[in-house]
Design a protein around this ligand. Structure first.
Ligand code: CMC
Length: 384
């Protein structure tokens, strides 16, 4: 028995299941690279559309390629009427991530090559998914705040158009720039739970719509993408910056997890969190009212958590901790934080699917069975 006893890696911790050249997460050094470029390099010089091209194509585009890619994204931005009607009809009755998931899963109905699994078709569908998921997320936010569908403006950039469809007015360049960085830092993160979910679904040779719909389902939970909204909710519960330390101490004493902290791979500061924190520090100095309060709470909570759990347990802030207050500063409502995460991560999900299908193998791990065998069937009238 001892010879065959399986080793269980709870949560699949430490298990490699494939090779990939898309993303390197160095959890010890706190470094993140997309296709070899550090996240700092990309946030400082690029934009989400170009980063999406890089993720999908494994190279930075030249001028013509980038222009063509931006045009493809713009051409795909409109939503079919029945998708808009679905959002209008249902988005007040379910979580925005459920609306997003359902709306994305309607898209094959409007795609004549939906079930063509060739690489060229999948690349076109990836562009469609990146573009339309942002339009869907914006429309969900718009409808939930009482507005009507805003027809996309094809002359706008991807993130500019997202904000235009969300708010019905042209956004200012500073807001576009900050949100663009938020899209970049959320675009990819190796084999995180949702990307793994996408690949599991795709490994059955289900199509890219099915696979990315699975990704949206996996991203929803508060241990993954939903942590940004949950962290912000905690900050609102704290209310006054002077309550921060007691609130966190009490939560930890009650064995609660503090949302927005900890990571399976990073055992030091998440480099994405450092980038997002920069905007928060600005808010602490230049913000007012609610924003100043939120940023103070976030920064005081961060200090306490690092003092208590940083070096001792390797629990540091992750990207989701600072994202909420930054979105609030951009006027974005809480319930679409995670849909924005999904619309950004769509680039990474599609890049992974395109890569995995080049060398596909069905993903099928094992469970150690701990139940009984050879039980005898008991007729219902003889059961107690
Ligand atoms: N607050 C307090 N304690 C924590 C936290 C936290 N946020 N995260 C982990 N711990 C403790 C946990 O209680 C456990 O302690 P002990 O060994 O005494 O039982 C230990 O650290 C290990 O925790 P774990 O849950 O087994 O670790 P994991 O590698 O499975 O978890 C995690 C990773 C992200 C699920 C976890 O850190 C967590 O639940 N964090 C809060 C949710 C969150 O912020 N999620 C966003 C992750 S980053 C963005 C994304 O990719 O989605």
């Amino acid at each position: 028995m001892a010879d065959t006893e399986p080793v269980i890696n709870k949560g699949l911790e430490g298990i490699y299941f494939a090779e990939s050249s898309i993303c390197k997460v160095d959890g010890q050094a706190g470094k993140l690279y997309y296709r070899g470029y550090s996240i700092e390099e990309l946030c400082g010089n690029s934009d989400f559309s170009e980063v999406s091209y890089l993720l999908l194509n494994d190279k930075l585009p030249n001028g013509n390629e980038l222009e063509g890619f931006r045009q493809q994204l713009a051409d795909e931005r409109y939503l079919p009427k029945s998708v808009v009607d679905f959002i209008k009809e249902n988005s007040m009755r379910m979580h925005p991530m459920d609306t997003l998931r359902s709306a994305v899963s309607m898209l094959p109905a409007y795609d004549t090559e939906a079930y063509d699994n060739s690489p060229g078709s999948n690349m076109r569908k990836s562009v469609k998914l990146i573009s339309k998921s942002a339009s869907i997320a914006a429309t969900i936010g718009r409808v939930r705040s009482g507005g009507d569908y805003v027809m996309p403006d094809q002359s706008m950039g991807h993130v500019e158009s997202f904000l235009y469809m969300l708010n019905g007015r042209k956004p200012d360049p500073k807001t576009v720039k900050i949100l663009d960085v938020m899209f970049i830092v959320h675009a990819e993160h190796s084999s995180n739970a949702s990307t793994f979910g996408v690949i599991v679904a795709g490994s059955t040779l289900a199509d890219i719509y099915a696979a990315t719909t699975a990704g949206i389902a996996v991203l929803k939970g508060p241990l993954h993408g939903g942590a940004d909204e949950a962290a912000l909710e905690m900050m609102y519960n704290i209310g006054d910056p002077d309550n921060t330390e007691k609130y966190i101490e009490d939560a930890l004493a009650g064995k609660q997890k503090i949302m927005g902290f900890g990571h399976r791979v990073y055992k030091t500061y998440d480099p994405r969190a450092r980038i997002v924190k920069g905007y928060l520090e600005d808010l602490q100095t230049n913000g007012s009212g609610e924003l100043k309060n939120l940023s103070q709470i976030a920064l005081r909570a961060e200090k306490l958590m690092i003092d208590k759990l940083g070096a001792s347990k390797g629990i540091w802030p992750n990207i989701d901790f600072f994202a909420g207050p930054v979105y609030v500063s951009l006027g974005i409502q809480h319930e679409i934080f995670t849909p924005i995460f999904a619309a950004s991560r769509m680039s990474g999900w599609c890049a992974h699917m395109l890569e995995y299908w080049k060398n596909n193998r069905l993903l099928r791990p094992l469970e150690k069975y701990t139940g009984q065998v050879d039980l005898k069937y008991v007729r219902i009238e003889d059961r107690k």
